[in-house]
Structures are given as structure tokens and as C-alpha cells.
Design a protein around this ligand. Structure first.
Ligand SMILES: C[S@@+](CC[C@H](N)C(=O)[O-])C[C@H]1O[C@@H](n2cnc3c(N)ncnc32)[C@H](O)[C@@H]1O
Length: 201
């Protein structure tokens, strides 16, 4: 079963612990403190849309992509209830083209980290860079392998895994040990990595 099919099954059965019903504080902090100004943003693996909706409420023009039609259906309902416009599209980020490039900012929470092979993570980073404008920013939230968890949790990656995949295309601006934004006790440890697209001569 592919990663995408596994996620589809989990949305079908309701086994979606990452879906906490609120935007992640890591996104809010980075966008408000840096600050990242309103621009076109791509939320890859947007799930049921809480981060996309927060971005739209903060005047970003949002495209959210996912491979789960169940997740996207919920995202569209939530955006409509919140009275904001987001463009939610069913796209496999590693295989298909996303319309709307170039983006000024790309965000993903828990999508990049899902890919277990170095090649796929490198391809993901390459695609993000291809969709970004010159000097555009990418913020990824990734399960942190320094946490020794008992029981289920997100995929875990090392700082080295992240840097190895992104460095050809991005300058790492910050790589911080954090935790996933959650309203549940004991949220999993995370990496919060902000990058800037390299200048290609
Ligand atoms: C851990 S979930 C996180 C969802 C959302 N970002 C959140 O924070 O609630 C990862 C998401 O990535 C999506 N996904 C997995 N592979 C994908 C791919 N190749 N292209 C686009 N989305 C993908 C899954 O369907 C799932 O919604």
C-alpha cells in the first residue's frame, strides 16, 4: 500500500490523531514573528484544512493540496463555515502538477516527513523549490527522531535527514526542536524548519 493509500484509509476509519482542529502554533509563530507578509501560499498535505484556513484568515491566498478526498471535503466545509476562500485541490504532490505557481510561501505539517526514502524526500524538496518564487520560504513541521516514544506517533526524522534532502535547493534559516501544535496532552516532539529557496545562477 502506498503512503497516500494509507492516509486515505486512516481518514476513512477516523484514525487521524494529527487532525487537532486548530492551526499549529509553529506556523502562527513563524508567520507573525518573522513576519511573513501576505502572499500566495501552498499548504502541501493540507488535510482537513485548519492551517490553510488560518492563513486565509490572515490574508494569504491559499492553495491546499491533498490526496484524500475525505480530508479535502472536510477542508472545504470548514472553509465555507469560516467564510474564507481557499483553493483545495486533489493533487499528489510527488506526481502531479499544482496550478498557481509561483508561491511566496510553502507550508507543510506532517507531509514531507511521511516519506521514508531519502529519494522521495529529495524529490519533495526539489518540487517545493520549483513552485516557489525567487527567495521564497518553506516551513515544514517534522516528527523529531530525538524523541523516544512508546506506542504510536508520527514518523520521526533526524536533523540530518531534513538537511540532506533540502540543502541542494534551500538555505536552512532555522531548525528548531519543538513539538506539534495540539490540544491533546503530551504532543509529539517535532522539528520546525524554515528555509529559503537558493538563488540559482
Ligand atoms: C500527517 S497528515 C497532516 C495533515 C495536515 N497537514 C494537518 O496538519 O492536519 C499528512 C497529510 O499529507 C497527505 N499526503 C500524503 N501524501 C501526499 C502526497 N503525495 N501529496 C499530497 N498530500 C499527501 C495525507 O493525505 C495527509 O492529509
Amino acid at each position: 500500500m502506498t503512503i497516500e493509500d494509507r492516509f486515505k484509509e486512516r481518514y476513512k476509519s477516523g484514525d487521524t490523531p494529527w487532525d487537532v482542529g486548530q492551526p499549529d502554533f509553529n506556523l502562527i509563530e513563524v508567520v507573525t514573528k518573522r513576519p511573513i507578509r501576505s502572499c500566495k501560499v501552498l499548504d502541501i498535505g493540507c488535510g482537513t484544512g485548519d492551517n490553510s484556513i488560518w492563513l486565509a484568515q490572515n490574508l494569504f491566498q491559499v492553495v491546499g493540496t491533498d490526496t484524500s478526498d475525505i480530508a479535502l471535503g472536510k477542508a472545504k466545509e470548514k472553509a465555507s463555515s469560516a467564510n474564507v476562500e481557499c483553493d483545495f485541490v486533489l493533487v499528489d504532490f510527488l506526481k502531479h502538477k499544482v496550478e498557481g505557481a509561483p508561491f511566496g510561501f510553502v507550508f507543510d505539517r506532517g507531509c514531507f516527513h511521511s516519506f521514508g526514502s531519502e529519494n522521495d524526500r529529495r524529490k519533495f524538496a526539489h518540487n517545493v523549490a520549483a513552485y516557489l518564487e525567487e527567495a521564497g520560504l518553506w516551513l515544514t513541521i517534522v516528527g523529531n527522531a530525538d524523541e523516544h516514544r512508546q506506542g504510536p506517533g508520527p514518523p520521526q526524522r533526524t536533523a540530518g535527514d531534513i538537511v540532506l534532502a533540502v540543502e541542494p535547493y534551500f538555505q536552512v534559516l532555522s531548525l528548531t526542536s519543538s513539538q506539534f501544535g495540539s490540544n491533546r496532552p503530551n504532543p509529539p516532539r517535532a522539528w520546525r524548519c524554515l528555509m529559503q529557496k537558493r538563488h540559482v545562477t
